[in-house]
Write a protein that binds this ligand. Structure first.
Ligand code: ZN
Length: 186
């Protein structure tokens, strides 16, 4: 068998007499097969056969900066759907449903999530934990809301002072804004 070739799931890649099945491979009836698309690695030092995926799923880690859309706002937390990870265009694998606890929203004291985030807001956030579920924080100058539409008329809200303003409804709104609100290319 040749090394460093692209293989597909089900391709026979080695004999079990010579190699052990490892990442991306499985053994059956004395032979080793690929279980994913990737490049075959026959490791003669460890005697293992691996198939290394060129594009491993983008699983979020603690510390990652992400973009998310606020899905719901409750008393003590907001929920959000993570749509992208900063610095990569690759899609996300794994969990993308996240929670933001009221204490993790802003640097100041907040007792009301709806004063800081609203459903539909686009936010930049940092992952603070991934187990048992994805948790985010917006507690940093560069984190928070980066784009928001008026809940009444859907006009894009503009930054005014420390908050947001709808030029059509002529109303002001409070939010936890990122320092570059309105200036982010999505
Ligand atoms: Zn409006």
């Amino acid at each position: 068998m040749k090394d460093n070739i692209e293989v597909f799931p089900g391709d026979e890649v080695a004999e079990e007499e010579e190699y052990l099945a490892s990442d991306g491979t499985f053994a059956s009836d004395g032979k080793i097969y690929a279980s994913q698309i990737g490049v075959l690695e026959l490791d003669d030092d460890e005697c293992v056969a691996r198939v290394v995926s060129p594009n491993p799923p983008n699983i979020l880690k603690t510390g990652d900066i992400v973009y998310a859309v606020v899905a719901d706002v409750r008393n003590t937390m907001a929920t959000a759907d993570v749509v992208a990870k900063e610095g990569t265009r690759r899609g996300l694998g794994g969990e993308t449903y996240a929670t933001i606890h009221v204490s993790k929203i802003s640097q100041g004291y907040t007792d009301d999530v709806s004063k800081e985030l609203r459903k539909g807001d686009y936010i930049r956030a940092r992952v603070t934990g991934t187990s048992p579920s994805l948790q985010l924080t917006t507690k940093d100058d560069h984190l928070g809301v980066i784009r928001s539409l008026c809940g009444t008329c859907k006009t894009e809200l503009v930054k005014k002072g420390k908050g947001l303003y709808c030029p059509d409804c002529e109303r002001s709104f409070q939010r936890k804004l990122a320092d570059d609100y309105g200036d982010v290319k999505l």
